[in-house]
Design a protein around this ligand. Structure first.
Ligand SMILES: Nc1ncnc2c1ncn2[C@@H]1O[C@H](COP(=O)(O)OP(=O)(O)OP(=O)(O)O)[C@@H](O)[C@H]1O
Length: 254
């Protein structure tokens, strides 16, 4: 579903900085992949390049068979809207809209009938446990409910790839667990393909596979083969060798 081929990214400036160096990554359809690495290692840069928000200096990003960065500006905008779903740390909901209006927003830009919009929103809201708050405004709901709303919005148009940037960064541990369980459920039951950047090893332990980036390069990767608790411990062990402590990894979230 996603192929990152030899991607490098150099930020030009007074002093140019190589944030990614010849990075390769393949994500299969239906995989839930975590991206971890110390602060400044290039995670956000990778996410921005994959989400087509930023262009790589060299290399290719192929999503669902399409070479994303070679599309024209107009086609790229459409591609992003139709094929990608985004979940952010700070939810990015539109404050003036209700929960339901936020969720159906991506569909209103397409030619989807009201009946179909309602069917989709009801099905997803049921699945995510937010059916009872559909008519509330976003300032009337909790952080966990806001993130579930954002997830519903990210999947309502059945994107090929869901990109999540620290989706639990602003949540307390109970709400974070709920959101991660929902992401895992969407992955397992709906076959959603997901890439999630996180500093949190507990969050990463919900993934099928975690890749570790250091200095813009692939450092190592782990596949979950055992219980979640064992995977968590394996992730912690890599974090120790990569040179950062859990504190250092969590610092940005505070
Ligand atoms: N627009 C930019 N111009 C110049 N340098 C940049 C720019 N954006 C990021 N960088 C640099 O590129 C490197 C990678 O940054 P990036 O934000 O991808 O790291 P990260 O792993 O996401 O870090 P964090 O976990 O702290 O968010 C850092 O050294 C950063 O200072």
């Amino acid at each position: 579903m996603l192929e990152v081929r030899n991607v490098s990214k150099v930020y030009e400036g007074k002093v140019s900085y190589q944030a990614l160096s010849n990075l390769n990554l393949t994500i299969q359809q239906g995989e839930f992949v975590g991206v971890m690495g110390p602060s400044g290692s290039g995670k956000t840069t990778l996410l921005n390049v994959v989400s087509t928000i930023d262009k790589p200096t060299s290399g290719e990003v192929v999503i669902a068979g399409k070479n994303a960065h070679q599309l024209s500006k107009r086609k790229l905008a459409l591609f992003r809207r139709r094929e990608l779903g985004f979940v952010f740390q700070d939810f990015n909901l539109l404050q003036t809209l209700t929960v339901k209006e936020n969720i159906i927003f991506p569909l209103t830009l397409e030619n989807v009938s009201i009946k179909e919009q309602d069917e989709r929103v009801n099905r997803i809201a049921d699945k995510l446990g937010i059916a009872h708050i559909l008519n509330k405004r976003t300032y009337e709901i909790s952080g966990g409910q806001s993130q579930r709303t954002a997830i519903a919005r990210a999947i309502i148009h059945s994107p090929k790839l869901i990109l999540a940037d620290e989706p639990t960064g602003n949540l307390d541990s109970k709400a974070a667990r709920d959101v991660l369980e929902i992401l895992q459920k969407l992955n397992k039951e709906e076959g959603a393909t997901m890439m999630m950047v996180t500093h949190d090893s507990q969050a990463a332990s919900y993934c099928d596979r975690v890749i570790f980036i250091k200095d813009g390069m692939l450092f190592s990767e782990l596949r979950r083969t055992d219980k979640q608790q064992v995977f968590f411990q394996e992730i912690m062990n890599v974090l120790m060798t990569i040179g950062g402590t859990e504190d250092e990894f969590s610092a940005v979230r505070v």
